[in-house]
Design a protein around this ligand. Sequence first.
Ligand code: ATP
Ligand code: ATP
Ligand code: MG
Ligand code: MG
Ligand code: MG
Ligand code: MG
Ligand code: MG
Length: 301
Amino acid sequence: MANSQYGYVKSFETPDRLLPNTWIVIRLDGRGFHKFTARHGFEKPNDKRALDLMNACAEAVVTDLPDVIFAYGVSDEYSFVLKRECELFERRESKLVTTIVSHFTAHYIYLWPQYFPSTTLTMPLPTFDGRAVLYPSTENLRDYLSWRQVDAHINNLYNTTFWMLILRGGRTEKEAERELQGTVSGDKNEILFSQFGINYNNEPEIFKKGSCIYREYETSPPTVDAVEPSNDVPEPLPKSAATKKAILARKSAIAPKAAPKELSKSQLARQRKREMKAKVVVRYVDIIKDEFWEQRTWILG
Ligand code: ATP
Ligand code: ATP
Ligand code: MG
Ligand code: MG
Ligand code: MG
Ligand code: MG
Ligand code: MG
């Protein structure tokens, strides 16, 4: 950019580089989706088409931004976990948040007709807010994800009971709300079972657990040890590197300076290649217990 007498205004910008070597979580949430879902005739309490659409958008984000190593979604929200050593946009918060939120929103609108073929998208159009939160330890990050999954379970049990009372029990919204006031999980399970013959345990996993998106490796995960050491000559750019995105991805693959595990440039480049090739999957599984993470050590290390 050419220098001019006006260039000084650039110095008014606030630096917003996020603390290095910390987990970055970017959470987005649908704005006014209570109204949006009502206007667009979502099935209550869970419109499966909408959850699938949210998942397709999140899958696009995970696929297109290799620094996103895990995503968890429920209702109108999605959390994206960026690897600790992420250097995308020099870790600038506003760049990261706005890129992920607009990437997601663009897909939501683009893919809408695929998931709602008979519902025209109309005002209010879907928009999402976003924020970044930093977690210094893996334990903190695990607790964050557990917090979201517990929340998903509590809300889903409540909503399932609430809507059963209305749709099949003939209550008004006010009556259902009053009936559920002060109840604990056991009470709601009992209402579902005794009044509607529903065993909550048999509800679809996607409703009870929310959705997890990550890279799955068919054989062994890309552990550091599995990557052969070699001299530090950078490999030639992949064919697709004609695009700026690929260059960015490559930059962030070779840039990390604060990475706890120091990999050589070519090791990192190779790891990045495997990541790009890995299959991105959507699963409705428990992420509170250790089992999930122990079986997939390549996600959080
Ligand atoms: P805010 O802008 O503050 O986020 P909001 O109306 O979006 O307001 P939330 O707490 O985010 O409030 O709640 C999301 C709303 O969207 C809830 O009413 C929830 O029932 C509804 N919703 C989200 N996903 C679905 C879905 N798949 N099927 C049915 N309803 C849904
Ligand atoms: P970054 O992701 O870093 O912003 P960028 O490729 O978007 O990269 P910008 O500095 O934002 O880089 O430049 C925008 C680019 O888009 C320029 O090459 C500009 O010429 C082109 N561009 C923007 N608007 C138009 C337009 N209306 N017609 C033709 N070209 C355009
Ligand atoms: Mg520009
Ligand atoms: Mg909100
Ligand atoms: Mg919302
Ligand atoms: Mg929400
Ligand atoms: Mg630009």
